[in-house]
Structures are given as C-alpha cells and as structure tokens.
Ligand binder design. Structure first.
Ligand code: PLP
Ligand code: COI
Length: 362
C-alpha cells in the first residue's frame, strides 16, 4: 500500500516527548496526525496521513442515520530499548473484518490495517506517553459515507486511525475493585444480532444501562443473556471468575458476546501461568450462590483498556449486595495482571508474534 503524507508544518508539530507529569486521562488526548483511506467504486484507495482534524461528511451519510460503523481498540507500548511495539494488532485487524462482515462493510486486508497503524505511530512517535502504566491507545474505525436515506449497505466508506496517548485506565492503580449491577432490565445483545462485533450501535445501546448502574453505585451492568439465565459480559468487557481451586472461568463466546482478545490471550497463556482456564455457559443463579458460599473467590472484567478490572461486589436493584472473596484484589487476578502487563511492556518474554515493532520509516 502506498501512503501519501500531507503532514503538519514542523513548527506546529510536537517536537519533544510528552512530559512525565502531563495529565493523561484515558482516550482524551490526540496526536498530530490521523490516517484515512476511502472505499469507492468497489475498492479501498487513497491511503493518506494528514493533520488530525475535522472531516467533512454528508448530512445524509448512512453512518449518521443507521449507524453503519465499527471500530477497534488496540494498545502500543514503549519498551526499555526505546522502540514502540503494537500488541496483538493482527488479532484486532482480524476482528475488524469479522465486524465488517456482520455490518455489511467491505473487508480491509489485515496487512493494510497493520501498515496504516504502524505508519501513523511512526509519524507521531514523540507523542508516546512515558508515565508508569501509560500506553498509546489506538482507535481504528470504519464508517459509511454514502449520502442516501435508503436502508441498505452504503456504497462508500472511510477507514481511519486516530491515536490517544493514555494514562492507566484506573489512575488510582490496580487496587480498588469495581462494583457491577446485576439486573434483568437491560441486555447488551441478542442471539442473531450484532453482539459479537464492535459495532458502534452496540455501545450507543449500552449507555442507558451504564447510567442505570451508576444509580446503584456500580460502574457497569453485568449483562445476562436475553433469557436471564446466563452471564454474558461485564459492561464493555468480557466477564471472568475464579473458583476457590484457582480455576479461571470465562463465559463462552456465543454470538451475543464479543470475542475479547484479552480473554483469548489469557486462554493461550494458561499453561505458562500454570492455571486452568475454561470457557462455558455460566448460570447467574449458580454464580451468585458460589460467590455467597465462597466457592468463587475472585471475579472481574477483561478488556484492552483496563486489561483486568477486578470486581469486589455485585449489587442488586433492591440495594442488597454480595462481596467477592474479601472484596479485595485476589491473588490469581494479580498474577495474571502482572504477567500480562509484563508481556506488553517487554518485562516478560512475549509469545511469538504478540508484539510487532513499529519500524522507523520517516
Ligand atoms: N466486550 C466488549 C463488549 C468490549 O467492548 C470489549 C472491548 O474491546 C471487550 C469485551 C474486550 O475485548 P478486548 O479484550 O479485545 O479489548
Ligand atoms: C476495552 O478496551 O476494554 C473497551 O471496553 C473499549 C472501550 C473503551 C470501548
């Protein structure tokens, strides 16, 4: 793929690395440039890196009316050798195409998605954050641009990548477990729907549930399946629990659950970590019983942004609650988190292919 560069004037670009004390809330800061590519006349073309800024869009664009849009979330890390490495970007590129299939969006070859991200990071490498626990959050996304109010797949699209230097998801550190609300009122996704894709609309549909959870002091909803029998997801994360014997259980990837790359990675690391990780349908009633009688001792969410969010308490709509273990971060959770973030930051040897160095090209 040939990328055209229309870069900001050097005098307007970042000229020195981000300061270690610069505030870095998750997902707020942007870098100098962005990547764009168009889909028109049946092909992806016109790959370019341009200054970050607003883009023109037709008021009748399909994405604004019918939400034909998908995205990914990936991270890059700077290691002690000074180089930047993307983490499992190939898996995200694969999943982008799976989401594209579900939303009738044309695929983009994985190597083109990877090249787009690496070329952009290379240009904006001075934006890499150096604080403890910080990373570069990468947001590739595709949206429909055809100016047409008919409900049908758009004939044109844009693929874009933006970067966000981000501090740790939980600035207070990995010390304070979150609360989840158990409710039958909201469902994230239905069988045969778009739940296994990263469709923008899935997140719009989850906002009300998130706000409802906050009324109970919880940060998110524990989503159940539409029959209210099985656990599906922990807000915008996969869910996991750990039994008294130390076994990790992740709900099965049915078609209303997103196939989390964090979950898949932990499953792949099971032997190395010497833990048993299984996937199965988890009944909410049995889960609650097991938390109460301490057969389940740890639980939480899994996702790129936070890696692991330990859950200390599940609350109910009648304001009662159950505490997981002693409500603190558990030993197995800690062990997984430390090993996983060790791989990402280059402190622990990564399985082959998990980290890809961003080569210097400009
Ligand atoms: N489930 C949902 C609904 C998500 O939005 C995410 C976030 O990306 C995840 C799970 C975790 O996936 P991953 O580990 O690939 O970030
Ligand atoms: C995650 O990466 O864990 C997410 O849930 C992504 C979110 C910011 C949409």
């Amino acid at each position: 793929m040939e990328i055209k560069y229309e870069l900001k004037d050097k005098s307007q670009r970042r000229t020195e690395p981000l300061k270690p004390n610069e505030p870095l809330p998750f997902g707020v800061l942007r870098t100098d440039h962005m990547f764009i590519m168009d889909y028109e006349d049946g092909q992806w073309k016109n790959a370019r890196i341009v200054p970050y800024g607003d883009i023109p869009i037709a008021p009748g664009a399909t994405t604004l009316h019918y939400g034909q849009a998908i995205f990914e979330g990936v991270k890059a890390f700077q290691h002690d050798d000074g180089e930047i490495y993307t983490f499992r970007l190939d898996k995200n590129a694969q999943r982008m195409n799976r989401s594209a299939d579900i939303l009738c969006i044309p695929n983009i070859p994985e190597e083109i998605q990877i090249e787009a991200v690496h070329a952009l990071i290379d240009i904006d490498r001075l934006w890499f954050p150096h604080q403890e626990g910080a990373s570069l959050y990468i947001r590739p996304f595709i949206f429909a641009t055809q100016d047409s109010l008919g409900v049908h797949p758009s004939s044109s699209y844009k693929f874009m990548v933006i970067l966000s230097p981000s501090g740790p998801y939980y600035p207070a550190g990995f010390t304070k477990p979150i609360k989840l609300l158990i409710t039958e009122k909201f469902h994230r996704a239905a069988p045969g729907g778009t739940g296994s894709s990263k469709a923008a609309g899935n997140y719009a549909a989850s906002l009300k549930a998130g706000e409802f959870a906050k009324e109970f002091g919880a940060s998110q909803v524990l989503y159940l399946d539409t029959t209210n029998i099985y656990i599906e997801e922990a807000g915008a994360m996969n869910h996991f629990h750990i039994t008294r014997e130390g076994d990790v259980v992740i709900p099965e990837f049915v078609d209303s659950v997103l196939r989390s790359i964090t979950s898949e990675s932990i499953i792949e690391l099971a032997d190395t970590l010497n833990i048993n990780v299984t996937q199965k349908r988890v009944k909410i009633k049995e889960f609650i019983e097991a938390v109460k009688n301490k057969n389940i001792t740890e639980a939480g969410g899994l996702g790129t942004a936070a890696v692991i969010s330990p859950v200390g308490e599940y609350v109910f709509e009648d304001a009662t609650s159950i505490t997981v273990g002693n409500g603190e971060v558990g030993e197995v959770t800690k062990k997984i988190y430390e090993y996983y973030t060790g791989i990402q930051t280059g402190k622990v040897e990564a399985p082959k292919g998990w980290l890809q160095k961003v080569e210097r090209r400009k």
